[in-house]
Design a protein around this ligand. Sequence first.
Ligand code: UTP
Length: 296
Amino acid sequence: MAAVPVKKAVFPVAGLGTRFLPATKAMPKEMLTVVDKPLIQYAVEEAAAAGIEEFIFVTSRGKGVLEDHFDHSPELMAALADKGKDEMAAAIKSWLPAAGQVISVRQPEPLGLGHAVWCARHVVGDAPFAVLLVDDLIHADQPCMAQMTAAYEQVGQNLVLVEEVPAAQTNRYGILDIAEDQGDFVKVKGFVEKPDPKDAPSNLSIIGRYIFQPEIFDFLAAQGKGAGGEIQLTDAMARMLTSQQFHGVRYQGERFDCGDKLGFLQANIALGLSRPEFQGRLREFLDARLKAETVS
Ligand code: UTP
């Protein structure tokens, strides 16, 4: 039987972003801008390119600007028209979702990623859905969520995006216990949240893209707090393995952890260098800078 297509995506954006203080004291981490676009827009555009039609934000107090960013802005459009900046106005219209496509729910307290996803249960309903963690920015020729939905058409059920991480860093990630490595896909036997390197079953880590069957909500509802005192998505996935399959999906592209200051700097340089209007001058600047650093 063909898999039910994925048309809904959940964007958990209710976290505190403490790793990025002081920038995130009064501004959502998801509005941090890589070159000229906030992280949330990269994720929404990636989802739209995969055929997603409903964008469900799980927000919290102080995150209203995320909804505003995707709202229509008549004053701005009128001002751009007055100034003859029609191309700029058309560019904005091209990525704005249609009325009703962005839906917000609140996570009243930051109890963890698993809890944030669970907060979207009534909006998702009885349908498969994607989850995108906005601070994992994935630069790829084929948008990453489209790679996942293509994989979903082949293997169905539940998918997580994966990549190899240094063995010494497994305690920062959700890690796969592998049943069978099939190359592009990895059949999963178990998940462990942030294992100590000596206990880690592999060095294949979960990256912030998922496709779930709606039964995940039953497992999220039942669970208590896990690693770090938070309600962990990985723990619910581990429990769901008793009744449904999960595959890890390897992807083509480059991931930047933009919830982390160094990853964010790297993303700005890499994406800046990929833009024809900046690459020449940016490369010149970096070359000169690196030469000066080496000399001094
Ligand atoms: P992180 O682990 O990056 O947590 O969450 P955080 O709070 O955003 O950032 P730090 O670690 O304090 O710097 C991964 C994703 O899950 C969301 C975050 O917004 C982020 O997109 N999240 C996390 C929630 O929506 N609610 C939570 O309770 C926790």
